[in-house]
Every structure is written in C-alpha cells, then in structure tokens.
Ligand binder design. Structure first.
Ligand code: SF4
Length: 268
C-alpha cells in the first residue's frame, strides 16, 4: 500500500515555529503538530503550548513521553551535553522526530524566516522533504510578531527574561539568562545546579555555563556584575536605536553577549 503524504510541523515552544503553526493552520488543515518534550522545559513553554493548541484546534503530539533527559543522561555515563557534545538534540529531538515520521513520505514545515540566514535541521532521510513557508512568502520577524498578536496567542512569557525556548538548563543560555532563571524559577536553578559535578576520577568538571559553575555564578557580587553589564548594554542599545521595542533591545543585547549558534531544532 502506498502511504499518504503527511504534513508535519515541529513546535519548539519558540515564537517562529508557533507563528508558522498559526500561519499554516488553515492552509494545510491535515497538518500534524508535534513537540519533542525533553521533560525539562520551562513551565512557560508548557503553558504556551496549551494556548497554541487551543488556537490550532487539534492536539500537539508530545514525543518522548517515556524517555526524557534523565534517561539519556544515564545512558551517556553522566556526561552533561554541551555545544561540542550535543547528544541531547540527537536523542531527544531528532531521533523521536524520525521515529514519529517512520518511512512515510512527509513534508516537514520549518519556521526559518525570510530575514534570517540560517539553516534548520534537515533530515537526510529521503522520505522527509523540508518546506520553508516563511522564506518562500517573505515573512520577516515583524510579521511573526503580528501573526502571534492577531491570533491572540502573543509571545511566550519567558521572553521577558530569556530569548530562546528549550530546556531550563540549556547550555546555550547566556549568563544573564541564567540570572533570569535564578530570579524567576529559583527551584529550577537549584535543580540545574544539582546536575553539575566534579568527576575526580576522570578529572572532569561538568558545568552548564562555560568557565564557571552555577554555584559561582549565583554569588551576589557575580549576579550584580552580570546584571550591571546587561543594563548597561541595553541602555546603549536603546540610545542607539530609539524606535526599538524593549524585546528587540533585549534580544540584540543577548546576541552581542554570546553569538554561539543555538540548536535550531530546540530554539526555533
Ligand atoms: S534545549 Fe539545549 S539542553 Fe535541551 S535538548 Fe536542546 S540543546 Fe539540549
């Protein structure tokens, strides 16, 4: 039997993939929405997905229901993932997606915008064809904001202090975002701290943030220093770009702090 062509759209809990779901809802009614749940996402992300699901009028399939981050951490001998060893993306995002798709021919819709010069995860499986509606239709960041506003979905709440979706302990977080996590979700900050450890036998120090442990980052004088730098950078940006919205200034300031290319499959 020949399988029917499927249309799938992966949500990360970020603004672009969410806006794409809104954009595609009536254009491709048979769309299947999915979310690869690491079970370590921010509460704001889970809330946002519920809001989005209500707007879409159909379920967002949660993948990884059985095996989340902790299972794979154990499988990887306690080695925390990092930008050099990104096993979390492979095991918690890419593999579940490929299993979800199986061998069916699918169109996979990706929310990279027309004003971006980056690539998303492109499966090398021959049955998966990537589609970029925002690129094809010239949809830019301002249009994304508008799509979210008009749909009444808005931005995820974590955008007030963090610019990317993904796990609460994601190693792509910038220093000021760690401080944001500490202020907004002290319990999650403590949990993230508990993952860090020194392995004397292998002479390895596992930390989420480069160059310092969360214990060190949380010291009052260090927190004050990070906040001071962030405020100063934001003031400079807003003076240089008087018409910009607070979110844009915040976003650009963080991009200046660290331009490491985040994981697109998690942060789109
Ligand atoms: S959000 Fe970060 S920590 Fe979580 S799976 Fe993606 S890259 Fe890994």
């Amino acid at each position: 039997m020949i399988s029917k062509q499927r249309h799938v759209l992966g949500l990360s809990g970020g603004k672009d993939s969410s806006a794409l779901a809104i954009y595609m809802r009536d254009r491709v009614p048979e769309m299947e929405y999915f979310f690869c749940d690491t079970q370590k996402e921010l509460p704001e992300t889970y809330e946002y997905l519920d809001t989005l699901q209500a707007y879409l009028g159909k379920p967002i399939t949660r993948l990884n229901a059985e095996r989340g981050f902790d299972h794979w951490l154990e499988m990887y001998g306690g080695y925390l993932p990092s930008s050099q060893m990104r096993w979390c993306t492979r095991m918690l995002k890419i593999k579940p997606f490929e299993e979800f798709v199986g061998e069916d021919p699918v169109f996979s819709y990706i929310g990279i915008r027309a004003d971006e010069d980056r690539e998303g995860y492109i499966s090398h499986k021959p049955n998966i064809t990537p589609v970029y509606p925002f690129k094809e239709d010239g949809i830019r960041e301002a249009d994304v904001f508008e799509l979210l506003r008009v749909a009444g979905v808005g931005l995820p709440k974590y955008y007030e202090w963090r610019t990317r979706s993904g796990c609460y302990f994601c190693f792509f977080q910038r220093k000021s975002e760690w401080v944001g996590l500490k202020d907004r979700h002290p319990d999650l900050f403590e949990r993230a701290k508990q993952y860090e450890k020194n392995d004397d036998e292998r002479n390895v120090r596992f930390t989420w943030s480069q160059g310092e442990s969360l214990e060190e980052l949380a010291r009052p004088e260090r927190v004050a220093d990070i906040k001071r730098k962030q405020e100063l950078a934001m003031r400079k940006k807003s003076t240089a770009n008087p018409g910009q919205k607070l979110y844009q200034i915040f976003n650009e300031t963080l991009a200046d702090e660290d331009d490491s290319e985040p994981c697109l499959v998690c942060h789109l």
